[in-house]
Design a protein around this ligand. Structure first.
Ligand code: PLP
Length: 402
């Protein structure tokens, strides 16, 4: 490839490691290997029929043209109602922009605000895309390691020492991909106290897993605890994970008018508005019956419990039981230094993941991709049969290590 014709901003980023892991698993499957794919980061359910029908209706009734750049008023009103109903937050439709997935909202917000060298504080482990999105926009990702013994969450002391005059954003993802950790009111309040001393720091909350919460708990929004941060917070969310709508590509940002206007300007000169049919579908999802969400959460919870139990019974592996999202972040420190019989010594979580794939046909993603090792991520967005087969294989291969 002729690298010289590719811009620096692209050369300094890499394709998503979870996509790369999924591609490798599919390649092995095509070669005839039996693969248990525990990489997938999207619900294994179909979008509910009522939402698909609303989309079909919209398509037949005029949702075929450009929409307002912020998104249709119908969708933005549905988002306003959702934020009030579920989060106790008050927004006007002009303080919301619909985007091509939450991913585009986050990327565009960084593009609209970062000057070269501006810092973005990213608690690790983090969603793989955050650091690359910052790098692509000339910013500097500041990853702060949040180890397991602190629940994989950022402490106020860590936040205080990570903030510099160059800090532009703090990025919070609760519940988190990959750990499922969710912040409590107490934890948010303590972080908010630090932020109160640093008014130049903006806060981006990635709330995409908000509804995938276990044990009957509800996800609390930072702004519900610290409303004084409203003027410098951008709340990002979308319908992908909650309503099994990853392919429809609808996300949004809610925030102060100047930030929303900056996103509007940038997106009006780049992506344009997001798909009109998908906007109608997303409005139907937000306004409609929410029973589907509770059904999915119950299924994820059973998978979480059974899979965590199996993992914690494998000597050398352990995992904390996540508060939400659909992943388990598995500690594999107990396998580091072991060797496959007659084979290679496992020195990193990347080696562990490669060994699981090549010897057991189990595909997972190495913790290195998420900024905290030695771990690997198991997705539970797949059937219980697949998960149990994966656990059987994992137990066999791990027992064989010396
Ligand atoms: N944020 C996190 C933490 C995610 O894990 C994902 C998808 O994997 C997204 C955002 C992207 O969501 P969307 O499909 O709405 O772009």
């Amino acid at each position: 490839m002729n690298q010289s014709r590719i811009a620096q901003r692209v050369r300094r980023i890499k394709p998503s490691p979870s996509t790369a892991a999924a591609d490798r698993a599919n390649e092995l499957r095509r070669e005839g290997k039996s693969i248990v794919n525990l990489v997938i980061g999207e619900p294994d359910f179909d979008t509910p029929p009522s939402i698909r029908q609303a989309a079909a209706y919209a398509m037949e009734h005029g949702a075929t043209r450009y929409t307002a750049m912020l998104g249709t008023l119908e969708l933005r009103q549905a988002i306003v109602a959702k934020l009030a109903r579920e989060n106790g937050l008050t927004y006007a439709p002009t303080e919301i922009i619909a985007t091509n997935g939450a991913k585009s909202a986050i990327y565009s917000a960084l593009a609209a605000t970062l000057e070269p060298g501006d810092e973005v504080i990213i608690p690790a482990p983090y969603w793989v895309s955050y650091p690359d999105m910052v790098l692509a926009n000339d910013g500097t990702p500041v990853a702060v390691a949040c180890p397991e013994h602190q629940g994989f969450k950022l402490t106020p002391a860590q936040l205080e020492s990570a903030i510099t005059p160059r800090t532009r954003w703090l990025l919070i993802n609760s519940p988190s991909n990959p750990t499922g950790a969710a912040y409590s009111a107490l934890e948010y309040r303590a972080l908010a106290e630090v932020l109160a001393r640093h008014p130049h720091v903006l806060v981006m909350t990635d709330d995409i897993y908000e509804h995938i919460r276990f044990d009957g708990r509800q996800t609390l929004h930072l702004l519900a605890v610290a409303p004084d941060l409203r003027d410098r917070t951008l709340a990002i969310n979308g319908v992908s994970k909650t309503y099994a709508m990853t392919g429809w590509r609808i996300g949004w940002a809610a925030g102060p008018r100047d930030l929303i206007q900056a996103l509007e300007t940038l997106l009006s000169q780049s992506a344009g508005n997001c798909c009109a049919v998908s906007q109608a579908a997303a409005a139907a999802a937000l306004n409609g019956d929410q029973g589907f969400v509770a059904e999915c959460v119950a299924i994820y919870q059973e998978r979480r419990d059974r899979t965590a139990q199996r993992i914690n019974a494998i000597p050398g592996l352990s995992c904390a039981v996540p508060d939400g999202a659909f992943y388990l972040y598995v500690n594999c420190a107990g396998l580091i230094g072991k060797s496959a019989r007659g084979g290679k010594r496992l020195a990193t979580d990347g080696d562990v993941v490669m060994h699981l794939l090549e010897s057991a046909g189990v595909a997972v993603v190495a913790g290195a991709a998420y900024g905290l090792s030695p771990y690997f991520r198991v997705s539970i967005a797949t059937s219980i049969e697949t998960l149990m087969e994966g656990m059987d294989r994992m137990a066999r291969v791990v027992a064989d290590l010396v």
